[in-house]
Design a protein around this ligand. Structure first.
Ligand SMILES: C[S@@+](CC[C@H](N)C(=O)[O-])C[C@H]1O[C@@H](n2cnc3c(N)ncnc32)[C@H](O)[C@@H]1O
Length: 480
């Protein structure tokens, strides 16, 4: 087929959908699409994302060469380019479409494509660098790492993988750094306040979580007005008196670690000067380190530790949370921030490289080689033995990513001893531990090689004459 002039019927690739695309949802969740931003959906197809975003009161409009081509597309703060590049068969035109979208973006371009593991769903013949389907549509499936470098090359800026198959290119590097800081520093939210009392409570809460007083510029816009009657040192005095010193200590530890994580992750991108840091991080560095140089040196040492197998394994053994197996440490999402810093860095590096999926339950960090899998168990809280729904794995040494769905598998892998994935003070731990104890007493863990999948586990339950009622193990009806 190569060499023949052929044009795919791209119109047919636009399918209707009733909810927002994962790409549009991600941009909303990340706060990049908000009430103050305008959005252009470039290659908007049947316009479902535009409709969905407008229903949420966002300022969105779309442009599509087949469906909405009245006039030229207009620039916007955020441009979404969703499932467009993968349907363009001509590599030159594909790059042009990307460049054109980049030219229209004033703040952010969010590029989303289908990924290589959809290959089994795309039936057809190989054509140039993709597949020609029997509906005469074309698909070039990207790997997450390929997508990121493709967008970096066309835009000339450093990009971030916001999720698998979604890459953000920011017009201004400060915006990229602010985005990263928001992802890495998880304790930057503010309590709502509508009078002076609640504004003070909110400042106290921030101070406890961040380990330092906020600057006026860090506060939500309405707050300085509520605090205007107080002199700055009066506010400091009140906060000092009301804040819990132990919480402040914990806040200092958390902020120091987050700043280190940020600086280490930034090392991959060629770390900039102090003045390039987002303002809040500059203030953290000033408050918690003797100098920016010292902070950078500590971050460099942290990165060296991530490369050291003995150190990483030691950190896994010392971790107060997570289940250590002969190959990896498994940690629940709720406990991931309580792992040693080098392990938090490990997980962050994988997410920056290839995107962390929006929904995941347990992270698996390998201790030989460097690979992170995000495992999804949607019923973790309600199912005593949650079944694996999907796994997304990123190998940090090769940057290869793979995805496996178990949704329709007949004999899915499942979890035991759920408490081991969580922190000891998690409110669900006592319930899970009690169940594990009764299962051990009933002899259900005698054949560990059998119980890792649904069928084997069911067979062992039957052998032991037991069944589960919620998180309680009971005698099976009719069993002696
Ligand atoms: C798979 S659809 C995706 C539509 C929409 N973004 C969505 O996610 O539902 C691909 C769309 O890309 C549009 N398209 C094809 N070539 C394009 C180009 N060179 N520039 C902009 N859009 C293009 C097609 O018209 C089609 O509507």
């Amino acid at each position: 087929m190569s060499g023949l002039h052929w044009e795919s019927d791209r119109r047919l690739t636009a399918i209707g959908r009733t909810t927002l695309s994962v790409a549009a949802r991600q941009a909303v969740v990340d706060g990049e699409v908000n009430m103050a931003t305008s959005v252009l959906d470039y290659g908007s197809g049947r316009g479902d994302d535009v409709r969905g975003l407008r229903e949420m009161q966002f300022h969105a409009h779309g442009w599509d060469p087949f469906y909405a081509a009245d006039g030229a597309p207009q620039p916007a703060d955020v441009v979404l380019l969703t499932y467009v590049l993968n349907v363009i068969e001509d590599p030159e035109e594909r790059r042009e479409a990307l460049k054109h979208a980049w030219g229209l973006a004033e703040h952010l371009l969010a590029v989303t494509t289908r990924l290589t593991w959809d290959r089994s769903k795309v039936r057809g013949l190989q054509y140039e660098d993709g597949v020609l389907t029997n509906r005469r549509t074309f698909q070039h499936l990207f790997s997450p790492a390929e997508l990121r470098s493709y967008v970096e090359e066309a835009t000339g800026v450093r990009c971030v993988s916001a999720a698998p198959g979604i890459v953000y290119a920011f017009k201004n590097d400060d915006a990229r750094l602010r985005y990263l800081a928001r992802k890495i520093v998880p304790h930057a939210d503010w309590l709502a306040s509508d009078d002076t009392g609640s504004a003070i409570a909110s400042v106290v809460d921030y101070t406890e979580r961040r380990g330092r007083l906020p600057r006026l510029e860090e506060m939500p816009t309405e707050m300085p007005k509520l605090l205007v009657h107080l002199q700055p040192n009066e506010l400091q005095r009140i906060v000092k008196k009301s804040a819990d010193p132990e919480k402040i200590e914990a806040g200092i530890r958390a902020s120091t670690l987050s700043a280190l994580l940020f600086l280490t992750v930034e090392l991959f991108n060629g770390r900039g000067p102090y003045s390039s840091l987002p303002m809040s991080l500059q203030l953290d560095v000033r408050a918690f380190f003797s100098s920016y140089k010292e902070a950078c040196m500590r971050a460099d040492r942290l990165l060296l530790k991530l490369r050291d197998d003995t150190y990483v394994r030691g950190a896994m053994q010392a971790s107060k949370v997570g289940k250590l197996t002969p190959t990896a440490l498994y940690v629940h999402r709720r406990a991931i921030n309580q792992t040693p810093t080098v392990l938090r860095l490990y997980e962050h590096c994988a997410s920056i490289a290839a995107g962390r999926p929006a929904s995941w339950t347990v992270a698996k960090l390998r201790h030989q080689g460097r690979a992170v899998s995000w495992l999804e168990y949607p019923e973790f809280d309600t199912d005593p033995h949650p079944k694996l729904h999907s796994s997304y794995m990123v190998d940090l040494t090769t940057l290869k990513a793979s995805f496996k769905s178990y949704e329709v598998s007949a004999n899915r892998p499942l979890l035991h001893r759920k408490h081991e994935f969580l922190a000891a003070d998690d409110p669900d731990v006592p319930k899970y531990r009690r169940l594990t104890q009764s299962e051990t007493r009933a002899g259900l863990y005698r054949n560990p090689q059998l119980i890792g999948t649904e069928d084997g586990w069911e067979a062992e339950l039957a052998r032991c004459g037991r069944e589960l009622r919620g998180h309680r193990l009971v005698r099976r009806r009719g069993a002696s």
